[in-house]
Design a protein around this ligand. Structure first.
Ligand SMILES: Cc1cc2nc3c(=O)[nH]c(=O)nc-3n(C[C@H](O)[C@H](O)[C@H](O)COP(=O)(O)OP(=O)(O)OC[C@H]3O[C@@H](n4cnc5c(N)ncnc54)[C@H](O)[C@@H]3O)c2cc1C
Length: 381
């Protein structure tokens, strides 16, 4: 389906990022999947190539162009190349973490961190989820108590993407009992005393993406590392989560399209009862239905990306895109496995890996159920 979202500059950027993926990620992807994380040298190479912090001002080395379409190109290309788990450190950094720095960092923080965010020497993570609370952000217990010009941070986080590799972690901490008005964002740096990382968690899929527990034991975080005002954390999350969800939707659509192509190719090649399996009416209708849904999703997500570039993305529409596209992705990979028969269950077939990588998409960034809660609230229900 012809897309109208991108202009020539985005397509040139796509070509250049695609070449980067082929050169710097694809040859190492299998090894990183086995090792559970990427080499940080790849992240620095992404910085050198101009693929990190495109929205950061040029004075700090960034691209100076705040246009989410460049982020979307990156997200689409890593998925299309089948290396989502290796590339996720880049999308998490660009789409999810950097916006907090861009919006809330003061001049001193900009000077300290922006150059590293752009050149890849500072990889980021954001730590909201705790062992006992995920969907319910107001239940966060990790505490930060002010002592002079430092916060004393205690608690733990879990399921943190880039958790092993990150150099800077935006930690959502509780600075007062007020459920929403008591959360504050603090930037914890690699090497701070009392900051330790747990194991790299063993996941069903996304194996090259490090996901970890983080522990904070009397970590003294300077007030100078606070992003924005004390007590504004919850509202900062609400402001930034729509872009995170749109980013997931962009990846989900690219994933659905890629998985569909795998399924379609297989359905044309594999024969049973003397015919290609795709020619049986059941399978032909199945593929026709998936193709229809993919085209519908594509139009919707492209439109939301365009709206976002114009500053008009709503919380509810980001939630709609997030839940619907990730559920679609899961339908496509599930039917794709089925069409592959026994081969679909074999990890050497890309559809099997796509199936495993897809499952988490309806969970992280806010579950499908929480997205429907947000949409329902927007309807006044
Ligand atoms: C691979 C991976 C990477 C992740 N990366 C990060 C990260 O970088 N940073 C970070 O902070 N977190 C991260 N997470 C955590 C993720 O965001 C949470 O797992 C998710 O928000 C759900 O929280 P939970 O696991 O505590 O589930 P819970 O909140 O306990 O939910 C359990 C179930 O109950 C349902 N439920 C909860 N509340 C309601 C409700 N009101 N109505 C209906 N159903 C409800 C949920 O939808 C879900 O089905 C990651 C998770 C994974 C698996």
């Amino acid at each position: 389906m012809e897309r109208r979202l991108y202009e020539q500059d985005h397509e040139l950027f796509r070509e250049s990022f695609r070449a980067f993926v082929e050169r710097e990620i694809v040859p190492h992807h299998e090894r990183w999947e086995r090792e559970g994380k990427v080499d940080k040298a790849m992240f620095r190479a992404a910085g050198a190539g101009g693929f990190l912090g495109m929205a950061i001002p040029e004075t700090y080395g960034g691209g100076g162009v705040d246009d989410f379409r460049y982020n979307a190109v990156v997200g689409e290309e890593i998925v299309a190349a089948g290396v989502a788990s290796s590339g996720m450190c880049i999308t998490l950094h660009n789409d999810v973490c950097i916006p907090y720095f861009l919006r809330y960092a003061d001049d001193d923080q900009r000077r300290r961190w922006f150059p590293g965010l752009v050149d890849g020497t500072l990889m980021t993570a954001i730590a909201m989820t705790e062992p006992h609370t995920g969907s319910d952000l107001a239940g966060i217990r990790t505490s930060a108590v002010l002592d002079g010009d430092e916060y004393v941070l205690n608690g733990s986080k879990t399921f943190i993407t880039n958790g092993i590799n990150a150099d800077l972690v935006i930690v959502v901490a509780r600075t007062s009992d007020d459920p929403h008005g008591g959360l504050t964002l603090l930037v914890v740096e690699e090497g701070m005393e009392g900051f330790t990382r747990g194991r790299n968690l063993e996941k069903m899929g996304l194996h090259a993406q490090d996901t970890a527990e983080l522990f904070f034991d009397e970590v003294r975080v300077p007030v100078a590392n606070r992003l924005g005002e004390e007590g504004m954390g919850f509202y900062q999350l609400v402001e930034n989560l729509p872009q995170e969800r749109l980013s997931i939707a962009v990846g989900a659509m690219a994933g659905a399209e890629a998985a569909f192509e795998l399924a379609l190719d297989y359905a044309k090649q594999r024969t049973a009862f003397g015919r290609p399996i795709g020619s049986f009416q059941h399978n032909r209708f199945l593929l026709a239905e998936l193709k229809t849904e993919i085209d519908l999703g594509r139009v919707f997500v492209d439109r939301l990306v365009a709206d976002h570039v114009e500053g008009r993305l709503t919380i509810e529409q980001a939630a709609e895109a997030k839940w619907w596209t990730t559920e679609l992705l899961n339908r496509v990979v599930d039917r794709g496995v089925q069409l592959h028969g026994g081969y679909g269950y074999m990890l050497e077939y890309p559809i099997a890996r796509a199936f495993l990588d897809a499952r988490v998409q309806t969970i992280f960034g806010g579950t499908t159920e929480i997205m429907k809660e947000i949409i329902g609230r927007g309807l006044g229900l």
